[in-house]
Design a protein around this ligand. Structure first.
Ligand code: RET
Length: 239
């Protein structure tokens, strides 16, 4: 297994990253329990959407625990983060499609293009993330941006269409989910570029770790709550 010594020399920054990773682990595991308790609170056809949310934060809780304990021992394996995204990002798309209210046929079509696109996006990001060469980082950033833009463009279109198809609580819950999705996903390619744009110092490495943690907590746990809200609104129970 590839282990990279990326421990920070600055003690305060080291502690900050340690705390952020611990916080990430706690939120993911807490959200896991919460989503499990909520599955039965929505109509049958949306229960799998909430179950997928639980699976996502459960997997992330495990990975954050591993990243956090690695950090505590003085080494970070970036593979955990990318393995986590590789499994959970397609699932985040799937949980959205379950509650979006598109026909089964349309959903199948969207899944067969969007799921491979997410895998491609994450797979292309990894060689750049683990490289220390700026030109390698840029190359894989550009390659990964192609599926990224395709996914955002497609999902944005579907969300807009669903938002205008629906009314009341369903429409507003879809709009909230859209904002969380677009804002959080845009964070990732920016955080990735931090060590390219700025001199890679301890401060930049800490920012990258904390930045990804905040983005992950929002893109999985808060977004999961948004998905639950859509499911509840669709089940005729908006509280
Ligand atoms: C990478 C590499 C650089 C270019 C792009 C990227 C996009 C990553 C994204 C990740 C989303 C992760 C989520 C995690 C949830 O917890 C791989 C950083 C475009 C969009 C939603």
């Amino acid at each position: 297994m590839e282990e990279m010594a990326m421990v920070l020399k600055d003690q305060d920054l080291n502690q900050l990253v340690y705390n952020a990773l611990s916080f990430g682990t706690a939120v993911m595991l807490g959200a896991f329990v919460y989503f499990l308790t909520q599955i039965k609170s929505v109509a049958k056809q949306y229960q799998s959407g909430v179950a997928v949310s639980a699976v996502v934060v459960g997997i992330a809780g495990y990975h954050y625990y591993r990243i956090w304990s690695g950090w505590a021992e003085g080494s970070v394996n970036e593979g955990y983060r990318y393995a986590d995204w590789l499994i959970t990002v397609p699932l985040l798309v799937i949980e959205l499609l379950i509650v979006l209210g598109v026909t089964a046929d349309k959903r199948k079509k969207l899944m067969t293009t969007l799921v491979p696109a997410t895998v491609l996006m994450i797979g292309l990001g990894y060689p750049g993330e683990t490289s220390t060469s700026d030109s390698t980082k840029w190359t894989f950033w550009i390659l990964s941006m192609i599926p990224f833009l395709y996914i955002l463009w497609t999902l944005n279109g579907e969300l807009k269409a669903a938002g205008s198809r629906e009314t009341g609580a369903v429409a507003s819950s879809i709009k909230n989910a859209t904002s969380v999705l677009l804002v959080t996903w845009l964070f990732y390619p920016i955080v990735y570029l931090f060590p390219v744009i700025f001199d890679p110092t301890d401060g930049i490495e800490a920012t990258r770790q904390v930045g990804y943690t905040i983005a992950d907590v929002t893109a999985k746990a808060l977004y999961g709550v948004m998905i639950l809200n859509i499911a509840k609104a669709r089940s005729g129970d908006s509280h």
